[in-house]
Design a protein around this ligand. Sequence first.
Ligand SMILES: CC(C)(COP(=O)(O)OP(=O)(O)OC[C@H]1O[C@@H](n2cnc3c(N)ncnc32)[C@H](O)[C@@H]1OP(=O)(O)O)[C@@H](O)C(=O)NCCC(=O)NCCS
Length: 156
Amino acid sequence: MLAMRMKSPVESETTMTEVVYPNDANPMGMLQGGRLVQWMDTASAVCAQTHAGRIAVTALLDKVVFKSPAKVGDIITIKARLVATFRTSMEVFVQVWARKVIGGDVSPVCEAFFTFVALDGNANPALVPKLKIKTTEEQALFDQAESRKLQRTTNG
Ligand SMILES: CC(C)(COP(=O)(O)OP(=O)(O)OC[C@H]1O[C@@H](n2cnc3c(N)ncnc32)[C@H](O)[C@@H]1OP(=O)(O)O)[C@@H](O)C(=O)NCCC(=O)NCCS
């Protein structure tokens, strides 16, 4: 079998933009957490599937932190970047910011780690290309992902 080409994180990095409408918000005009996580899931799925070249399903959301509320009218930027690949699973780091239309102030809204598993045509887990790591920052993120995976396996 031919070896799969290693791919760098930049090849699958995904940025998504949304605007908070009243329908996305609670009665105080704050973006609902569930709607935000849905957007983050979409951005990270695009990232993971671009890397794998396959359909991938969400297996786990880890370390979700809501940092500050986004409000109706804010412009939301969601950035998803692959931090680790294993056999058939991949971990994606997702960061979210809100920008005010007037004044342009930017604030961090949320971050989380999503794990996806790539599937073959029979919906069985399928091997994914290894991640090409170049920088010490990328290596640190990979090491942290690996230790999270190890901890999950150890804790059953
Ligand atoms: C994710 C899923 C495909 C894993 O299937 P499985 O038969 O348990 O697969 P395996 O035990 O062979 O594990 C395959 C990989 O998934 C990883 N995995 C499975 N469950 C996991 C979990 N809850 N969290 C993190 N990783 C998980 C394993 O660690 C393994 O990774 P590796 O190959 O990189 O080492 C299956 O549990 C599933 O279909 N879940 C539902 C997914 C879904 O509906 N998502 C929402 C819609 S997209």
